[in-house]
Design a protein around this ligand. Structure first.
Ligand SMILES: Nc1ncnc2c1ncn2[C@@H]1O[C@H](COP(=O)(O)OP(=O)(O)OP(=O)(O)O)[C@@H](O)[C@H]1O
Ligand SMILES: [Mg+2]
Length: 234
């Protein structure tokens, strides 16, 4: 569904990604793990069209994405939940959700999408008229996910959706992602919750210093003592 081949990305003279290749197949739950500064956010932002690669190719459903605007990429069903949520704090929950429904087909199905989001995330319905900035951290993260769902994605990329949340909320967010995947949504998840992410994921990639250093099934990487000691502190 999504193929990244030999991607090289620079910030000025600093090379942040080196020949990165990865693949996400339709229906899969894939996770990308790696230390701080490894290049995870850079990779997601490049796939979303926010950063231009120096070289390499990105294709989605057989179509080359290089050179397309973020808007065009969203319209094709590839949606990112950004690191740090990026909500509009002085707008209500409902208005924040509706902003997500900007691709024209999503706009037409906006009311139906909203019902689906409220069914999945009932807390948002209870808070529907409250300003986003007054929500708790966990609720804001749910709103960021809900807003992305309003665009009716076929592939959802999430950049550390559980950062800073209490363990019980981390688990809840992961269960929501698992449920979405069961319903047919393809997922690429960046997470520091390495053990949980690997236990949920069909497959995983490890990014270090801008390079993919390992890939395999979630189970394989969980069984790898090198990975466990590097990322789980055991
Ligand atoms: N706008 C920028 N300008 C210059 N360098 C940047 C910029 N954004 C990121 N970098 C550098 O690129 C490297 C990769 O950063 P990136 O944010 O992709 O890492 P990350 O894996 O998402 O880390 P974290 O887990 O801390 O979110 C880092 O060394 C970072 O300092
Ligand atoms: Mg990051």
């Amino acid at each position: 569904m999504l193929t990244v081949q030999n991607l090289n990305v620079f910030y000025g003279s600093l090379q942040a990604l080196h020949d990165v290749s990865l693949e996400v197949r339709e229906g899969e739950f894939v996770t990308l793990i790696g230390s701080n500064g490894a290049g995870k956010t850079t990779l997601l932002r490049t796939i979303s069209g926010l950063l231009a690669p120096a070289s390499g190719e990105i294709t989605f459903r057989g179509e080359r994405l290089n050179g397309l605007s973020t808007h065009d990429i969203c319209e094709r069903g590839l949606i990112q939940v950004p690191e740090g949520r990026e909500l509009f704090p002085r707008m209500s929950v409902v208005d924040n959700l509706d902003i997500g429904a900007y691709p024209p087909p999503a706009r037409r199905q906006r009311l139906q999408s909203r019902e689906e989001v409220f069914r999945l995330l009932p807390r948002l319905e209870e808070r529907r008229n409250q300003d986003a900035g007054t929500l708790s951290g966990g609720e804001q993260q749910m709103l960021a996910i809900g807003r992305a769902l309003m665009a009716r994605p076929s592939l959802l990329m999430l950049d550390e959706p559980s950062l800073g949340l209490a363990p019980i909320l981390v688990k809840h967010i992961m269960e929501i992602l698992q449920e979405l995947n069961r319903q047919g949504l393809t997922i690429l998840l960046v997470s520091q919750e390495v053990r949980l992410a690997l236990s949920l994921a069909d497959r995983a990639y490890v990014l270090e210093n801008g390079r993919i250093i390992r890939s395999g099934t979630g189970r394989e990487l969980l069984a790898d003592t090198g990975i466990v000691s590097a990322y789980l502190g055991l």
